[in-house]
Design a protein. Structure first.
Lengths: 292, 268
């Protein structure tokens, strides 16, 4: 438990604003942990030998007594312990693999390898369908999607925001605006084939951020409707503090409306981890009217 | 003294003395003959009949004089008809025909006028009945009007906004001769008026694309003053096709593209 706390203390400042953890960072981390951990009695006759790093893998080494037998489910127990201690999420976010080596004398008697994604504490599960039909702000758009389990479902506090899902500073929202006229699906696809239009549209949508940079941009389909997908990073000022932000957006051209399915958060490893969830939410979207 | 015959071109009359000839219904151009003349000659060209000519009043319709026929080698056989009633003239016959023709035309015109009046009255009666059976509802018809004008402006068409806008349900499903009608517009040709009545039964059955087809169709009548297209197969799918009840398989893309096709054509 102790070394987990050390890890947390080291990593927490990084979690908030850093975007990546390099091998050099991991090596530095291992050295810090090793200094704190070496020779510590972790209980049950087990003594920590130390901590080293090889590539993106942290290796914790222990000396165990002669009578020690590795439990059958030692891997699951170790993962559970790390989650309980709060270190698991950081391994996951920063893509750090962890090995545990157990020695009797100079003989390595047990090695447990845990990949970073096995430490995920995120619950990427979706709930039942939520519909915005007849919502006062839906502007007649009939749409339903599955919200993520464990997130708050809130009403939008601005005129065009219909609903938003929030958790710990991360947001996924449904925003609907009027388009200048009706566009059929083929007309919308033709419009989106114009590169200059797309670039201008993305720039305008991400104008809330300063020094914006486009990371991804593509034309996709959401339940048969042509959609512009893009990911943009930039900076935003909140209460005098400039924060690196990132936005991942799907813009659906639906009849005479533009539906924004927009996720936003601090530009860090957590957002990258949540991208999979945002993709799942977006992929659940259905426009039922076309089937009536 | 010779005796003269005259002809009206059909019969020949005489013989008459000059005095007697003066009393016949002849004109300057009536052809006369007497023994010794080569051929029938206009009265005005027979010198010895100048006295007769001078006694003839100004040109009127005259009945051809009776003609007495005498057979000679140099002349056409002339039949002797004394005191015979002149036959009806050719121009009298044509005059009679003209009168009948005019009479028939007048009767036709009067009939058409009467039919038009009756028809108009019938239409007025129908309009009054439809308007009287109309009612307000929660349906947001104004939304369709706003979108219609918005879409027109996108295509550079700026029609006048009307002073009067009436769009209501009317019990077309309960009135005579209107149960099959989905919508009626009465503002065509009047730029100050949009007046549309919708059949509530069909509206209820219509899906979203069909409602848009119906509303834009009726608005195109009133705002753009467009008529229905002919119910021909090549017009099927277009916004102004008159039988949109056949559009139940159309989707919003079909509606959007048909509206855009119409607006594009109007903007040219």
């Amino acid at each position: 438990m102790r070394y987990s706390l050390i890890l947390l203390i080291v990593l927490i400042p990084s979690v908030l604003f850093s975007q990546a953890f390099t091998e050099s960072d991991i090596k530095q981390l291992a050295e810090q942990v090793n200094q704190k951990l070496k020779g510590v009695d972790v209980g049950n006759g087990i003594t920590a030998r130390g901590c080293i790093a090889v590539g993106r893998t942290l290796i914790y080494q222990y000396d165990v007594p002669e009578y020690w037998q590795a439990p059958e489910n030692i891997k699951e127990e170790l993962i559970s312990n790390q989650k309980t201690a709060g270190a698991a999420n950081n391994y996951y976010l920063y893509d750090i693999d962890v090995d545990f080596y157990y020695y009797k004398g100079n003989s390595l008697i047990k090695k447990v390898s845990i990949k970073s994604n096995e430490f995920s504490t995120y619950n990427f599960e979706l709930g039942e369908y939520l519909s915005i039909k007849n919502h006062p702000k839906s502007k007649e758009v009939n749409l339903k999607l599955k919200p993520p389990i464990g997130w708050e479902i809130e009403e939008g506090n601005r005129p065009n925001i219909v609903k938003k899902f929030t958790k710990e500073g991360n947001t996924y929202l449904i925003l609907i605006k009027e388009n200048m006229t009706f566009f059929s699906r083929s007309e919308a696809r033709e419009m989106l084939s114009d590169e200059s239009f797309v670039n201008e549209f993305v720039q305008e949508t991400s104008s809330v951020m300063k020094n914006s940079e486009i990371h991804e941009k593509s034309i996709v389909t959401i339940d048969t409707y042509p959609t512009l997908h893009f990911k943009v990073s930039g900076k935003m000022e909140r209460s005098g503090i400039t924060i690196p932000m990132i936005m991942k957006c799907w813009v659906v051209f639906y009849e005479d409306k533009i539906v924004f399915l927009q996720s936003m958060g601090i530009n860090n490893a957590e957002f990258r981890a949540l991208e999979q969830l945002y993709f799942m939410i977006t992929n659940s979207v259905i426009f039922p009217d076309q089937y009536n | 003294m010779g005796k003269y015959f005259y002809t009206d071109g059909i019969e020949k009359y005489g013989p008459y003395t000059k005095e007697e000839l003066s009393n016949q219904k002849i004109s300057r151009t009536t052809k006369v003959w007497c023994y010794g003349m080569d051929k029938w000659t206009e009265l005005s060209k027979v010198p010895e009949l100048s006295n007769v000519l001078n006694s003839i009043p100004p040109e009127l319709k005259t009945d051809p004089p009776e003609e007495e026929v005498s057979k000679t080698a140099d002349t056409e056989p002339i039949q002797n008809k004394e005191t015979k009633t002149p036959p009806p003239k050719k121009n009298e016959k044509s005059s009679s025909f003209s009168k009948w023709l005019i009479a028939i035309i007048v009767v036709i015109l009067i009939s058409l006028f009467a039919y038009s009046v009756i028809q108009n009255q019938s239409e007025v009666n129908q309009y009054n009945e439809i308007a009287a059976n109309s009612y307000d509802s929660d349906e947001d018809f104004d939304m369709y009007v706003q979108k219609f004008y918005r879409d027109l402006e996108f295509y550079g068409i700026y029609p006048k906004k009307p002073k009067v806008q009436i769009i209501k349900f009317s019990k077309l499903d309960q009135l005579d001769n209107t149960t099959h009608i989905h919508g009626l517009s009465f503002g065509s040709g009047d730029d100050d008026r949009i007046e549309i009545y919708i059949n509530p039964s069909t509206w209820k059955q219509f899906n979203k694309p069909m409602r848009y087809f119906l509303m834009y169709h009726e608005l195109a009548h009133d705002v753009l003053n467009l008529d229905d297209l002919e119910a021909k197969s090549w017009n099927e799918g277009k916004l102004m096709y008159p039988a949109i009840s056949s559009y139940e398989n159309k989707n919003m893309d079909d509606f959007i593209e048909s509206a855009h096709a119409l607006f594009e054509k109007q903007s040219e």
